[in-house]
Ligand binder design. Structure first.
Ligand code: GDP
Length: 323
């Protein structure tokens, strides 16, 4: 395989983008990335060459890609939360769906124009499975989303396969929930670890209670840097393909809360948690848990941090921020 020299990352300002940029830079790859005008990118390494733009501007992004002619395109740009997609479904369709197709076409044209192979990797999501009929899910599970986020991601996921049919080395990674201390507080894990750390340390602005929605939802929570390694491995594989990336172990939101309080040394926590029906979503998958056997076998990928490890690292990081 020709040595990879240039990668292009969209959504570099998000949790995964920073970790992916770090990984690629460590391998000597020249990393270019798209950032939104005025976007704050505290976790993006200084060596990343940033370009101001928006994936939703398909023409502008295409001109940039044709100019840079990267070997790899990683599409991580997205309205990243299901919660937000309910309030902005049309923008979600544009950013998570149409823009991905724009990038696929751009990658295809770069390959055509340069005569070199361009490898495309889509960060897809377990939400494409919606309320799946069985657990764990794998690559053969029907794509049947139940929220605007999942539906837009499903369109992009299906279009990756269409471009594969046209000869593009394109992969879609169905990523299950993956967390880290860089996770924004709009996600339940970080919301929990931040609030628990504030309560445990008696911080001045600590809320009296941890207010959550559905405590019974079960998710397969992994460690974000592991999932980014899977994205890189998919680009390195001989052929493009679809992969489920998950730990294979599900826990409830309640389990996460219990583990977080335990880690922070708070034993009597039941009275500190309150359910607000307004935070319960119009439709919410009961359980999402993935079978990553194919990624394990084909990409030689294994998760390195389990549930307790993820909770522990996130709580410790939030405690450290307060101390
Ligand atoms: P998602 O799976 O990508 O939507 O990631 P989230 O971290 O936002 O949500 C994970 C699960 O936690 C979903 O089933 C939510 O319904 C549930 N959940 C329960 N309470 C909350 C909350 O207060 N905030 C968020 N974001 N999710 C919550």
């Amino acid at each position: 395989m020709k040595e990879v020299t240039t990668a292009f990352i969209t959504g570099v300002g998000g949790q995964d983008g920073g970790y992916l940029a770090e990984l690629l830079l460590a391998r000597g790859v020249e990393v270019h990335a798209l950032v939104l005008e005025g976007e704050s990118t505290p976790d993006v390494p200084g060596a990343v060459r940033t370009h101001v733009g928006d994936v939703a501007d398909v023409a502008g992004t295409r001109a940039l890609l044709l100019d840079l002619a990267p070997d790899r395109v990683f599409n991580l740009a997205a309205i990243s939360s299901v919660a937000q997609s309910w309030s902005e479904p049309d923008r979600t369709a544009l950013v998570n769906g149409t823009a991905a197709v724009g990038l696929l076409e751009s990658a295809y044209r770069v390959a055509e124009r340069t005569g070199r192979q361009v490898r495309f990797v889509q960060a897809s999501s377990a939400e494409v499975f919606g309320q799946p009929p069985s657990s764990p899910q794998d690559e053969s599970t029907p794509v049947r989303p139940i929220n605007p986020y999942g539906a837009a991601k499903a369109y992009a996921h299906l279009m990756v396969a269409v471009y594969r049919g046209r000869g593009l080395h394109a992969s879609s990674l169905v990523l299950y929930n993956h967390e880290s201390p860089r996770r924004p507080a709009g996600f339940v894990t970080r919301k929990i670890t931040r609030t628990v750390a504030a309560i445990a340390t008696g911080a001045d602005d600590a809320p009296a209670r941890l207010v959550l929605g559905n405590l019974d939802a079960r998710r397969d929570w992994g460690w974000a840097p592991d999932y980014v390694a899977a994205l890189a491995a998919a680009a390195d594989a001989p052929h493009g393909d679809d992969y489920v990336v998950a730990t294979g172990v599900a826990h409830s939101v309640r389990d996460f809360v219990a583990a977080a309080f335990a880690r922070a040394g708070v034993s009597d926590w039941e009275g500190l948690v309150e359910v607000d029906p307004a935070l319960v979503r119009p439709a919410d998958a009961t359980e999402l848990v993935g079978d990553a056997s194919k990624a394990r076998t084909t990409l030689d990928w294994t998760p390195t941090v389990d549930f307790a490890g993820v909770v522990g690292r996130m709580v410790d990081a939030d405690l450290a921020l307060l101390r």
